[in-house]
Design a protein around this ligand. Structure first.
Ligand code: BES
Ligand code: ZN
Ligand code: ZN
Length: 500
């Protein structure tokens, strides 16, 4: 898609459609449209006076101007009250306008920046949010559909700024927004990929291909190396699959941050979760191809840091394997020894995420992390708690939890903190081993977090359960149903904030 940055003057260029934001109950709602002709302005004001369009949030009204401007359609987007307009609402509005563009077969869309101001937010951030929403909104996964898809897609997007000197800021925002969307879309593509075409080996290859091009060092530890390291949790899960496990390690160590302690990101990379012997019901099991969304987010975030040349060392760890039953699977009741020497009774083979993450967290400690963050589609319980509307956030360090939540807020990835009370630890007591891998069937999301906490020693650590948001069953404005790229932009923001 072509992008174009111009001034209001270019409103008179021939756009298939133009997006104008309108705040509720404001006098002179089109005052910013200095460059538009009298007749068009009168007409648009007439639409509002008629009461057909009230500029409430989520309201969108498409009109054809009576030949005054050259745009075929004008999308009037209701923004609600000015003081409560946010970057996330802006992304939603842009997403809705993409839907309208599709409906009206518009190949080019001009966005009037002056009409979409978020209070107290820079032009760069506003422009970034627009391009994030466009990049995410135009994501498609058609590789397995044969035949041409006859739908009109957006070919050109223009940002029309009020002042000429805003162009530079708009451009910076555009580059950032495009990069964020690209990172998230990489994660979405891989989460969408069927498990027969995204085995742990193929996933590792793809990670390598992406990361090495950005100058990141990539190592992939194989089964032998995992054995030498004593990763009994990881190997136990992988045991039932004919596909060998892959422990993916990305190291972004910029010269600009020599000697600094790294941020270590850990992501769950189960390329397919059947549940193993504790097998899942068949209905919906096909979705468990996205059980590697945490790993994909981590890889995409390290890539983002490298592309942005952030002065922060970042390590990405992604244990990848399949969880399958077979003639040699892990059995319920098996006891395995983890990398730190702790023994775990595997009561339920479907609680496999924590088993592979625990070993990865032990491995992470070798880097003496400044911050340690894991991301995982860990529990159905988290999805039951929040629906698709928040990430479950847990941690042992107030400062880190606050930083993560703030980064999520900034990028429209809401986090909600869950407690790691000591009582939950009691639920993990085993009669035969140091601990077992499930609790009593209550407080599942926190029990999952509590289990992981046992492996991080005193490192400042946060755990993000993205089982809630990694897959959308319904459209969420600029992110359509399917894999959402959960955690990618949050982590990108977190790393950016650290480099300030
Ligand atoms: N991958 C699943 C969690 C999941 C469920 C992710 C739904 C996304 C949507 C995980 O490995 C799992 O099966 N967890 C079990 C844990 C239980 C056995 C303690 C669960 O949530 O039922
Ligand atoms: Zn599972
Ligand atoms: Zn799983």
């Amino acid at each position: 898609m072509k992008s174009f940055i111009g001034t209001d003057r270019e409103l008179s260029r021939k756009w298939d459609a133009v997006l104008l934001g309108v705040f509720e109950k404001e006098k002179n709602p089109f005052a910013f449209l200095g460059k538009i002709d009298r007749k068009s302005k009168d007409f648009l004001e007439g639409v509002i006076r008629s009461g057909r369009f009230k500029a409430k949030e989520k309201e969108i009204f498409s009109v054809c101007l009576p030949g005054c401007t050259k745009a075929c359609s004008v999308f009037l987007a209701g923004l609600g009250k000015r003081e409560s307009f946010t970057l996330e609402k802006l992304r939603q509005v842009v997403g809705a306008s993409l839907g309208q563009a599709k409906k009206y077969k518009a190949g080019s869309l001009g966005i009037e920046l002056g009409s979409l101001r978020v209070p107290n937010v820079s032009v760069k951030e506003i422009s970034c949010a627009i391009f994030e929403a466009v990049g995410l909104g135009l994501f498609r996964f058609n590789k397995y559909k044969s035949g041409p898809n006859g739908k009109t897609e957006l070919r050109e997007l223009g940002i029309l700024c009020g002042k000429f000197d805003e162009k530079k800021e708009v451009k910076e925002g555009m580059d950032l927004g495009n990069l964020l969307a690209q990172a998230a879309n990489w994660a979405r593509t891989n989460a969408m990929e069927p498990a027969n075409n995204l085995t742990p080996r193929i996933f590792a290859e793809r990670a390598k291909e992406l990361a090495e091009r950005a100058g990141i060092t990539v190592k992939v530890l194989d089964e032998e190396q995992a054995k030498e390291l004593g990763m009994g949790g990881f190997l136990g899960v992988a045991q039932g699959s004919g596909e060998p496990p892959q422990f993916i390690v990305l190291e972004y160590l910029p010269a600009s941050a020599k000697g600094k302690e790294p941020v270590v990101l850990v992501g769950k990379g189960i390329t397919f979760d059947s549940g193993g012997i504790s097998i899942k019901p068949s209905s919906g099991m096909e979705q468990m191809k996205y059980d590697m969304a945490g790993a994909a987010a981590v890889i995409a975030a390290v890539w983002f840091a490298a592309k942005m040349k952030l002065p922060v060392p970042v390590i990405g760890l992604a244990p990848a394997c399949e969880n399958l039953p077979s003639e040699k699977p892990q059995r319920p009741g098996d006891v395995v020894k983890m990398m730190n020497g702790k023994t775990v009774e595997v009561v339920n083979t479907d609680a496999e995420g924590r088993m592979i993450l625990a070993d990865a967290l032990c491995y992470a400690l070798r880097y003496k992390p400044r911050y340690l963050i894991d991301l995982a589609t860990l529990t159905g319980a988290c999805r039951n708690l929040f629906g698709e509307y928040a990430i479950g956030l847990m941690g042992n360090n107030r400062e880190l939890v606050a930083l993560v939540a703030k980064a999520g807020e900034m990028r429209g990835e809401r986090c909600w903190e869950l407690p790691l009370w000591d009582e939950y630890k009691e639920h993990l007591k085993s009669d035969v081993a140091d601990m077992k891998n499930i609790g009593k069937g209550v407080a599942g999301a926190m029990i999952g977090g509590k289990f992981l906490e046992e492996f991080v020693k005193d490192s400042p650590w946060a755990h993000l359960d993205i089982a809630s948001t990694a897959w959308f069953d319904e459209n969420h404005g600029y992110i359509s149903r399917g894999p959402s790229g959960a955690g990618v932009r949050l982590l990108a923001q977190f790393l950016t904030d650290l480099s300030k």
